[in-house]
Design a protein around this ligand. Structure first.
Ligand SMILES: [Zn+2]
Ligand SMILES: [Zn+2]
Length: 355
């Protein structure tokens, strides 16, 4: 009998039979499927196979690789993509000079893109307003030369559409109390709550750039994905892009976590009217994931202060900004000094008033 090799419907890795659970598991993204699920998915994928589509993709891929330049940062290892007419001089991660290292090879052409809607001028204004409220940041943090380091960067994102089989069991209690004569009655009714659902969650985002903190990218969400367009080279003009260095399988645990959260909120919205609910079991199994590789617009900036790098990001579509500003100890020291002085003065004044 010929051995059939099943592919993981979530990340494309090879599935292996697991004797302990009698299921098929993926070693790369840790998904697990029953035999029936694997057969169904396999049959569906065979139907969808179309070689002409693959050839067209390859042509587009080659075109993308031929018209982009890759710059390499010898200091931190970053690889910066630009269109062939936009040259990069410094690394937006570590501010060191970068050198042209040639053309891309591999599959990095994005399928979708959201173009920048916030221009540089607007981004700088938002950033300055945001800094203005933060008194303790060092002086040179807000200077023009620092603002020049702000880079219009297309960050690579994986957007996942997940099909999830959800099952949820809980015990719900409804408690009613009333009085009659000298007696007080409490009635407790227990319900077994069962939910089984097929849930589809679309466009779960996770950035594929390992050099950018996940939390920073999550902080500038959401993007309006309905405005995403098919990618064309013209979007890159004047901007830079990162290529992904985190694979679908590596990112899948993050997607799974967010998908589970989404399911939990859908299900808990349907469990209402109980005095208390105790979950006894819940299971959210992602049985298929459709991926889209997209570039999303971010104004990105790093700042080095006392040997530490601080990163800032501004959503290039909505203007939402995030980052932790550096802290100037000296300024804080002066501020604390002044506060102490004012407090002393007030106390003294208080003393005078008493007197
Ligand atoms: Zn997998
Ligand atoms: Zn660098």
């Amino acid at each position: 009998m010929e051995a059939v090799q099943y592919k993981c419907p979530n990340c494309g890795g090879e599935l292996k039979f697991k004797p302990d659970t009698q299921n098929f598991g993926c070693e790369y993204c840790f998904s697990e499927f029953t035999e029936q699920e694997v057969r169904e998915i396999n049959a569906r994928n065979e139907e969808n196979q179309d070689t002409s589509v693959n050839n067209a993709n390859q042509a587009e891929q080659n075109e993308f690789n031929e018209h982009t330049n890759v710059y390499h940062c010898g200091s931190c290892g970053a690889e910066i993509i630009s269109d062939e007419n936009t040259s990069a001089t410094f690394c937006y991660y570590c501010h060191e000079p970068v050198i042209l290292s040639g053309r891309l090879s591999g599959e990095y052409r994005p399928k979708k893109v959201i173009g920048f809607q916030i221009n540089r001028e607007r981004a700088e204004t938002i950033f300055k307003d945001w800094c203005w409220k933060k008194w303790f940041v060092p002086k040179n943090f807000k200077t023009t030369s620092q603002l020049e380091k702000m880079t219009g960067l297309y960050v690579p994102f994986w957007l996942a559409d997940c099909d999830i089989k959800a099952s949820y069991n809980a015990i719900g209690k409804k408690i009613r109390t009333w009085s009659s004569g000298n007696y007080r009655y409490t009635e407790t009714k227990e319900y077994s709550i069962i939910r089984k659902a097929d849930i589809k969650i679309n466009k779960i985002p996770a950035d594929g750039a390992s050099k950018i903190e996940d939390a920073l990218m999550e902080a500038i969400e959401p993007f309006r994905y309905d405005e995403a367009k098919d990618f064309s080279m013209s979007y890159l003009s004047g901007f830079y892009a990162d290529k992904y260095d985190v694979s679908k399988a590596q990112i899948f645990p993050r997607i799974r976590q967010r998908a589970e959260k989404g399911c939990q909120s859908v299900i808990s919205d349907s469990v209402i009217g109980y005095s208390s609910v105790i979950r006894t079991s819940e299971n959210y199994n992602i049985i298929n994931t459709d991926w889209e590789y997209a570039l999303l617009p971010v104004w990105f900036m790093t700042y080095m202060h006392n040997g530490k790098t601080y990163s800032f990001a501004l959503n290039g579509q909505t203007g939402k900004i995030a980052g932790t500003p550096p802290f100037d100890r000296l300024k804080c020291g002066i501020f604390c000094g002044i506060t102490a002085l004012v407090v002393t003065l007030i106390t003294m004044l208080g003393g005078y008033f008493l007197w």
